[in-house]
Design a protein around this ligand. Structure first.
Ligand SMILES: Nc1nc2c(ncn2[C@@H]2O[C@H](COP(=O)(O)OP(=O)(O)OP(=O)(O)O)[C@@H](O)[C@H]2O)c(=O)[nH]1
Ligand SMILES: [Mg+2]
Length: 267
């Protein structure tokens, strides 16, 4: 795991309730089960996995089956759905909480999704079977080690399944954000991250297509402890909902706007 920034004491006050494993071993809770004498660690019972869903009937069954298998059915799942196909029915059959919303773009759905859970740890994902749900225990373990945000870095392993145009764009977004923030980040547009709930509750989110970048940049620039975790990335099931040119321009604009806003906030 590559560490991006040191924690800012003031900003991470909300994290005080969690103890790091006395042995310094994150692996003790790799199955999300609190071990004896270690009851302050978050487990799958503290985990919400949230996503925007928009006509994902090809993928949603697989994604929700994976979450159920990996977390023993203990993680809560929240889908903010704008579909006209069977996606919401399939989600409900799998026990997910479905919030219906007119389709208004990625960020409008995902903002609602991250703000909905009452549980302490919120993990975002896409509903297209691209993100490795079998890494949920690692993300939970990583949060238990102390960070406020753990961000899946798809580019670390090369992201060969990503279309070349998107890969190039994502590298360019990371370079742009790194330059403007003065901190090296490797994947600003990943959809898989774990957050301590306080982080998503305390920050006001403004972006739509660029929300994924905003969800990394604002916490980082406010001094939260943000870490990147290399992940594999798979080919998408079903149709993309993002126009690469229009979406790419919106993301670049969000990165510049959010970085400038966060810099001005410091004065
Ligand atoms: N509710 C809702 N969900 C959306 C909307 N737009 C996108 N999503 C969901 O947000 C997630 C991300 O969209 P994707 O199409 O995967 O975008 P992407 O990951 O940038 O592009 P891909 O390379 O195709 O995966 C998916 O789970 C979509 O179903 C929307 O307007 N409303
Ligand atoms: Mg996707």
């Amino acid at each position: 795991m590559s560490s991006i920034t040191a924690p800012d004491d003031e900003a991470t006050d909300g994290a005080d309730s969690v103890d790091i494993d006395a042995n310094g071993h994150a692996d003790d809770a790799a199955d999300g089960t609190a071990v004896d004498g270690d009851t302050d660690r978050y487990t799958f019972d503290d985990l919400s996995v949230v996503m925007g869903t928009y006509n994902e009937e090809e993928a949603i069954g697989t994604v929700l089956d994976d979450i159920e298998r990996v977390t023993d059915g203990r993680a809560e799942v929240v889908c903010v759905d704008g579909s006209s196909d069977r996606t919401p029915e399939i989600a409900r059959e799998h026990g997910a909480t479905v919030i219906e919303q007119e389709p208004q773009g990625y960020g409008v759905a995902v903002r609602e999704a991250v703000l909905t859970p009452d549980r302490s740890v919120v993990v975002t994902t896409d509903c297209d079977d691209t993100y490795p749900m079998d890494r949920l225990p690692d993300f939970l373990d990583a949060i238990n080690e102390g960070p406020d945000v753990v961000s899946g870095d798809r580019l670390y392993h090369g992201a060969k399944s990503m279309p070349a145009f998107n890969r190039f764009g994502n590298q360019a977004f990371a370079a742009l954000a790194s330059l403007l923030m003065g901190e090296r980040v490797h994947d600003t547009t990943t959809g898989m991250r774990a957050y301590r709930r306080e982080v998503v509750q305390e920050i006001g989110w403004t972006e739509n297509t660029g929300l994924s970048a905003e969800l990394l940049i604002r916490p980082l620039m406010r001094g939260y402890d943000v870490r990147e975790e290399p992940i594999e990335y798979a080919e998408r099931l079903g149709e993309t909902k993002l126009d690469p040119i229009e979406g790419g321009a919106a993301i670049a604009k969000s990165i510049v706007t959010v970085c400038l806003e966060e810099r001005l906030r410091r004065f």
